[in-house]
Design a protein around this ligand. Sequence first.
Ligand code: SF4
Length: 349
Amino acid sequence: MKRFIYDFTFEDWKQWMLDHGEQSWRASQMMDWLYVKRVHAIDEMTNLSKGLRQLLEQEFAFTTLNILAKQQSGDGTVKFLFGLHDGHAIETVIMRHNYGNSVCVTTQVGCRIGCTFCASTLGGLKRNLTTGEIVAQVLMAQQFLDETEERVKSVVIMGSGEPFENYDATMQFIRVLLDERGLNIGQRHITVSTSGVVPNVYKFADEKWQVGLAISLHAPNDALRSSLMPINRRHTLAELLDACWYYLRTTGRRLTFEYALIGGQNDKLEHAHELGKLLKGMNCLVNLIPVNYVPERNYVRTPRNHIFEFKKVLESYRVNTTIRREQGHDIDAACGQLRAKHNQSKESK
Ligand code: SF4
């Protein structure tokens, strides 16, 4: 099978050109065609010789993401369901903020982590995405935004899948994002989220980027966390927090902890106190997320006033806390919902 043309970083293109008897500066031309001019066919790369274009044709294919569905929310959120070349489907979301447009990308088809509040994991993991398939999601989002002369300002790697279980492709994707000749997104405008694959939290810290890291925490103790997130049986909370401290020391950046509030499960005030004690003194932000309703699970939402009480308790421990603004509430906004619906309708045909 051919490689996807967006799989390569600038350094990879340099090496590829040298290996094929070309000058290394041709790599800059490749980046220009792919990310500045954004052509859709090798034949359009008119300043490359015919011979070089033929070589490229033999080895590379353009990543094709077919739009299977597109939902637009009243608040501007746009959710795409993209079909991949092998029949799988993935989701990508554009979110509108006052600081610009943000794209949430997916790194795996499905997920094997098994968090109980998440629709993405319902059918298990199908496969990892390649770097090119992740890059193509940003390009498709940018193509959509071109219509209104807007641009992608930030990227969050928080869609379906566990990015740290597809670590190499995700890191390669970040390199393409960061490259001025590539997608040219600033380090502080990128955030990667993990459910807590501890060895790769250390590895990520050692990349020494200023790219943000968000940890899906969702519980203040091992018993509760293991019941909501089976990964906690692999890496305990203490091991995860050790890795978090390492990240803070190594990068000097603030960490974000995501905490999905699930009515009657992890949203009691005693949980807030436990969490406050756990995170006290850490350079972090807790992001409280009212859990989205997932029809396959029977979770209820935490009442709004109780979310504020929970926040107040955390702040009494001097833990910075925000409540996530809900976006795309009138569409299938929670990750995996649109894909789950699509898979169900495919099965019932
Ligand atoms: S929340 Fe993330 S890590 Fe957990 S099952 Fe869903 S996609 Fe996987």
